[in-house]
Design a binder for this molecule. Structure first.
Ligand code: S3P
Length: 191
């Protein structure tokens, strides 16, 4: 396989963005297309606790979840080139942001609010949306987080009208345009 280096170093692809942005599905598409290993911080945290994310929030609270999320990031090996899927709230802690920047190219999956909310509320597995008015809650969270995502993102991809595969292709194309060299994990062709 041909590899590409982004920004002069071998770097992972870090997916950030709001609940419903499609980070997990796009991450899997990228994994299939690049052959890079996949780390999903939510999955790793859930496995550590031996329970689902809603159960962790229920039994241990959000603070414990956030601590575990940071602990997972601290343990991701920087020398390995991977695809890292993060939970929507990963940008809330400065320490996380510093780690993510060191890990790789930060790709923000964005979308219009209505589309993101529709996707995020399809499954009832988002503890932060278990409120009297989930739509309003979502809007408040998104309003608070958009600047945080924007602040750390190297690349932004609007996902509202794209399939997961199209988003993956768009990411790979953007990465190739960013100073890509023939030793990085982004394949020369995306088909
Ligand atoms: C959260 C998003 C979730 C999960 C947890 C908290 C958030 O991940 O980490 O429920 O704070 O936005 P997804 O972004 O994959 O839904």
């Amino acid at each position: 396989m041909r590899y590409w280096i982004v920004n002069g170093q071998s770097r992972s692809i870090v997916l950030i963005g709001m609940m419903g942005a499609g980070k997990s599905s796009v991450g899997r598409c990228l994994h299939r297309r690049t052959g890079l290993a996949l780390h999903d911080t939510d999955e790793i945290v859930a496995a550590k606790f031996g329970m689902s994310i809603p159960e962790i929030f229920d039994e241990h609270g959000e603070k414990k979840f956030r601590e575990a999320e940071t602990e997972v990031l601290r343990r991701v090996r920087t020398e390995e080139q991977t695809i890292i899927i993060t939970g929507g709230g990963i940008v809330l802690r400065n320490e996380n942001v510093e780690i993510l920047k060191r890990l790789g190219v930060i790709v923000w999956l964005d979308g219009d609010e209505e589309t993101l909310f529709t996707r995020a509320s399809r499954k009832r597995n988002r503890p932060l949306l278990q409120t009297k008015n989930p739509r309003k809650t979502f809007s408040q969270i998104l309003g608070a987080r958009r600047p945080l995502y924007a602040n750390i993102a190297d690349i932004r991809v609007g996902t509202s009208v794209l399939t997961d595969e199209e988003v993956a292709v768009a990411i790979l194309a953007k990465l190739r345009r960013m100073n890509a060299k023939p030793e990085s994990p982004i394949p020369a062709t995306t088909s």
